[in-house]
Ligand binder design. Structure first.
Ligand SMILES: [Cu+2]
Length: 114
């Protein structure tokens, strides 16, 4: 490998899946994801506790999705469970796990138009 080479970002095309992991340290990984419209994102709970992916909710969840987009609303995700969402509306989606926003379990997905 050339010195100073930059690793390419994974390129995910419309119709394909990208992935965000819910980790054992109560984080979404990656915390900030950029995808093209038409990509489905799959959140996978790799931790040993229940979490949710929620774009609207009580308390400190800083919730927002672009106008015309349906909310992110996984319901309780047991360890090992997955939640999928097909992003069709461009813009920034903010979400969190309402039980763990106090420890920083929040993330964003930015959707670029095709
Ligand atoms: Cu949680």
């Amino acid at each position: 490998m050339l010195a100073g080479a930059v690793l390419p970002l994974r390129q995910v095309d419309p119709g394909e899946d990208d992935r965000i992991e819910l980790t054992a340290s109560n984080t979404f990984e990656p915390k900030h994801l950029i995808v093209k419209a038409g990509v489905t994102v799959v959140w996978k709970n790799l931790s040993t506790r229940q979490h949710t992916v929620t774009s609207e909710g009580p308390g400190s969840v800083r919730s927002n999705v672009p106008k015309g987009a349906s909310p992110l609303r996984s319901g309780e995700m047991a360890p090992g469970a997955s939640y999928s969402y097909l992003f069709t509306v461009a813009g920034t989606y903010r979400y969190g796990c309402p039980d763990h926003t106090d420890v920083g379990m929040v993330g964003t997905v930015t959707v670029k138009p095709r």
